[in-house]
Structure formats: C-alpha cells, structure tokens
Design a protein around this ligand. Sequence first.
Ligand code: OAD
Length: 254
Amino acid sequence: MSPTDTDAARTLLASASRILILTGAGISAESGVPTFRGPDGLWRNFSPEELATPEAFTRDPRLVWEWYGWRRQLVGACEPNAGHLALARWLLAREGITLVTQNVDGLHEAAAIMTGGAAAEAAFPVRLHGSIERVRCTRCRYAGDHRGVIDATSNATLPHCPSCGALLRPDVVWFGESLPESAVELASRAALSAEVCLVVGTAGAVYPAAGFARTVYQRGGRLVVVDPGKTAFDDIAAVKLTGEAGVVLPEILG
Ligand code: OAD
C-alpha cells in the first residue's frame, strides 16, 4: 500500500456525497472470526451443502444447529476491531453513507454501540445475510433474538418456537434462499446513487451482494477496495489498498 494510493483513496472518499460501503468476512478476521474462502476459511473445512442450505437443515437440524451453536459461541467471544470502529465513527460523523454487510456476526452493530451510544443506530449496517444471534420459526412467522447457548445434543433439545412449538432455525440466509427484501431494497437504492463504493474484506464471489459494488462501477462510480488478498473487484478498482482492514481503514477514514 503506497502513500499515493492512500491519498487517492482519501480524496475519492472525501469528494463523494453518496458512498456505499460493502463489507465481508475479512473485516472481522482481525477480531478472530474465520473467513469463508481464505487459507483457514470455513468452506475449506466444512461443506456448505451439509451446513448452510435449507435441505441440510431438513435432513439433519441437529448437525446444522451444532455448527451454528459453535459459530455463535466463537463470535460471542469476539470484539469489534479498529476497522469496525473506524467505519462506525465515520458513519456517525458523515451524511450520505450506507453500510451494507454480508456478515452475520453483529460486530458492526457492537462497534456502533461502543462509538455512538444512544445515536448508534445511525451506524448500523444493512444486513444482507441475516444475523447469527437471531432465530426464526420453521412454521409460523415468529422471529427474534436468541442469545443463549444452543443445546444440540438431540433434536429434542434444539430451540423451539415460543409461539407454535415448531423447530426454530438460525435467522440467516442459506445457499439457494432469497435475501431479505428490505435489505435488498436499501442496498439497491444506495448502489444506484453512490459515486464511490468502499469494498472491505470480501472476495466478491457471492451474489447478489457482489452485484451492488458492480452496479456502482457500471454507473460510472469508483471503487476503493481494501483487502490483503486478491478479490473479484481488483480489475475494476480505482484504488486497491492491499492491507488489513484494521490498519487501512483508520488511515483512510481518520
Ligand atoms: P470470503 O471468505 O469469501 O472473503 C474474505 C475476504 O476477506 C478475502 O478476500 C480475504 O482476502 C479478505 N481478508 C482476510 N483478512 C482480512 C483483513 N484482515 N482485512 C480485510 N480483508 C481481509 O468472505 P465473504 O466475501 O464475506 O454467505 O463471503 C461472502 C459470503 O459467502 C458470506 O456472507 C457467506 C459465504 O458463503 C452466506 O453464508 C450466505
């Protein structure tokens, strides 16, 4: 990452009145949350088909809940890092920025609360893929927070709906499922008006999420990409900052 690139990124971000930020697993890597496709990524050791599809849940809800229970515990022990905090401070200080995340870990929200107190909501992200702390019913419309430990010793001990008694599932988006309509609407609106898209810690392999950054580019907007590795956006980035989010973001947003 050269000083020239850092300056170019700062200039682009300062000159735009509307900015879309798209984050992925990489922004939480320095907090200790594993990414999906990196060298130690989750999808290197686990199969998405067995753990993150509606079919997998129908086949073996206990196995799927065991995996989500493990991830919930792991994420629950993690704290926001300097990257999350820099973004939260920036969102609270400036107008016209929309933060859209693929992450289900709640660390953007935690950073917003640490930084903004009562005003925190202004720095909350649009969540494209749901939340690992939330559950929803497999039968009725019940959905809510579920913060306790998941007991996945048998199907009978799994969490059940307080309203109708059916099995609850994690309130996350699985492969083959649609994204929440309201999140897609907010992200699309931001992508259709942003002059700059700041892309942080995502390989850009999963759609429709990656498509929001591409929309900004196709409309003539500029991409600033922050990632220590290769991404699908590198060819179309106006500036690529090769480095970790916790180091780069405080530098360009400070
Ligand atoms: P990936 O694991 O595909 O990509 C993570 C990116 O983060 C890679 O480009 C890494 O180089 C980068 N990275 C690693 N450490 C970093 C750091 N310290 N700072 C910045 N970047 C870093 O994760 P996503 O692109 O988020 O979907 O994956 C997208 C979706 O695929 C996820 O939301 C999940 C997954 O399947 C669902 O579960 C629906």
